[in-house]
Each structure stands twice: as C-alpha cells, then as structure tokens.
Design a protein around this ligand. Structure first.
Ligand SMILES: [Zn+2]
Length: 291
C-alpha cells in the first residue's frame, strides 16, 4: 500500500504537471471509486475546474480546484496516478482529459481506492481532521504528543503507529523500519514506552519517512510513479521483508511475526520482546514441549 513517502512522491511529480490545468473531461469508470456519489455526479462536480493546488495530507492526495471544490483521493492498496501513459495501462478506474491534450489515468487493480468530493475548505478540513492525526513533519508531532496519546494504551506500539488518527501517513513498511531504528519491539504496549523511547521513536519515524521520500518511495506490489518509474526505498530496507537475513547492527537473524494483524519484521536482539511475546514466538515456531 502506498504510504506517506509514495503519495508524496506522486504529489511532487504530478503537481507541476497539473497545477493551473483544467479538468476538461472526467470519465469515472468504476462506481466504487466515487461512492457515495454516482460516477456522473462526481464527474460533473470536477469537470471544467482548474487544479489550483495538488496537496497531500497523510496518505490522501488532495486536489484543490477552482471555486473551493476539493477532491480527497486515497490510493489504498494498489492505486496510482499516471500522466500521459503510453501504452494505455490496464485496470483503469478514472480517465481525465486536461486542456492542451494531456491526460491523467487512475489505475487500481484491487479497486479499493476512492475519490471523495468536499465542497469548501471547511468541509475538507473537517473530513481530514476526523480521520488523521498530526503529520509527522508537523511541529505538533512532538515527544509530548506521543507520550500523551500513548498513555494507558495496551495496544502494541505498531498498531498505534498504523492508526492514522495518532500519526498520519505511516503504514506497514515505515512502521517496521522506524521501530527497528528506535530499537523498540513492535509488540510492546504503546503505554509502556519510556520518554526516551518516545523521543527515539519520533526521530525514527521522521527519519524513515524522509529517507523514503528521498528514494522516491518503495516499489513493492503495484506502486508506480506518475511516469511509470519505480521507487528504490525497498533496496534500503533494514528489516522489512528481510526475514532470515542477518541484522545489519548485530548479526542476529531477522524474524517475521504478526503485530497489529500485519506481517512484521524484527531483530529480537536489537528490539527486545516484551514479556509474553517471546513465549508466543516459540509457540509459533512449533518448539513448545508436549505439542
Ligand atoms: Zn540486531
């Protein structure tokens, strides 16, 4: 799934190509994309408007159009936006014709992506505010914020990071990389982290996302850039998807476990498991006696 760095990469590539351009033709081919509006209702609201600004908030790509009309686009699992693709790709959900002959194509094989219409800046702010916590690069994302919002929470810290209402934009890849860098086990209860660990985690989240943006995102599954080129952050993964490989810091074999319902990769020497998690890991690997 595209996370903050992948969405930001798309935004940076696309913004200079679309800002100031008019959406002349809008053809929504999949009613799931425009829900709750019918495809023609959403298309009518977008058609003829100029793109004033292409922004991003969390994993949303925010199209701000003339007359204070906004489209909050979420790519979900496999969505992407291609500019003037050649040849025509498969799994096209939306086709948009711009002035001067260019076109945008929204591709989404798994069809979970959405485009939601917001009329007015206030409606946009309310929509995003209800769904998203602070941006990791925002000054509101402080150690104190992390401590306060984690206080008393028994859910694993990984689940906390994946919760978009806590911090916007972090998904499975960048959560694993940040927790490894901060030397915190993903199954640690969020409320049990020390102030120093919260400080390390904050720094690590920002570092991982920044490194991801610099590498133009990670290419796994179907993520593609606007121009069809792939990002390279997957080559810099320290722990994610490296099960069975030695940890770069200590040489211990990286293991895969499940945290927050997601495949999660850890070095259990650098990231000491909380009491109980180690037992679970032994059970999973089938070494329990009398079993
Ligand atoms: Zn290690």
């Amino acid at each position: 799934m595209p996370e903050l760095p992948e969405v930001e990469t798309i935004r940076r590539q696309l913004a200079p190509l679309v800002e100031g351009r008019t959406l002349e033709r809008v053809n929504i081919l999949d009613a799931r994309w425009s829900r709750p509006l019918a495809p023609h209702e959403l298309a009518d609201a977008l058609r003829g408007r100029e793109v004033e600004r292409l922004g991003r908030r969390g994993k949303y790509l925010v199209w701000s159009l003339s007359d204070d009309v906004h489209l909050a686009q979420h790519l979900r699992m496999t969505g992407t936006v291609l500019f003037d693709p050649d040849p025509e790709p498969t799994h096209v959900r939306v086709r948009i014709g711009l002035d001067r002959g260019s076109r945008l194509v929204i591709v989404d094989p798994r069809r979970f992506g959405t485009g939601e219409l917001l009329l007015g800046g206030e409606a946009l702010d309310a929509f995003l505010h209800a769904r998203l916590g602070p941006e990791p690069f925002d000054e509101r994302f402080t150690v104190e914020y992390l401590q306060t919002s984690a206080r008393g929470r028994t859910a694993p810290i990984k689940a906390f990071l994946l919760d978009q209402r806590r911090v916007a934009g972090v998904g499975n890849i960048y959560a694993d990389e940040a927790l490894y860098r901060a030397e915190i086990h993903p199954l640690r209860a969020a409320g049990t982290l020390s102030a120093e660990q919260h400080a390390r985690l904050r720094e690590a989240v920002i570092w991982a996302l920044q490194a991801g943006i610099e590498a133009r995102g990670a290419t796994i599954d179907d993520f593609r850039h606007v121009d069809g080129v792939w990002g390279s952050f997957q080559d810099r993964f320290q722990v994610h998807r490296r099960e069975g490989e030695p940890c770069a810091r200590c040489g211990t074999t990286i293991v895969k476990l499940v945290a927050a319902g997601r495949g999660t990769y850890v070095c259990e020497r650098c990231q000491p498991p909380p009491r109980g998690a180690r037992v679970d890991a032994r059970r999973r690997s089938g070494r329990r006696r009398n079993s």
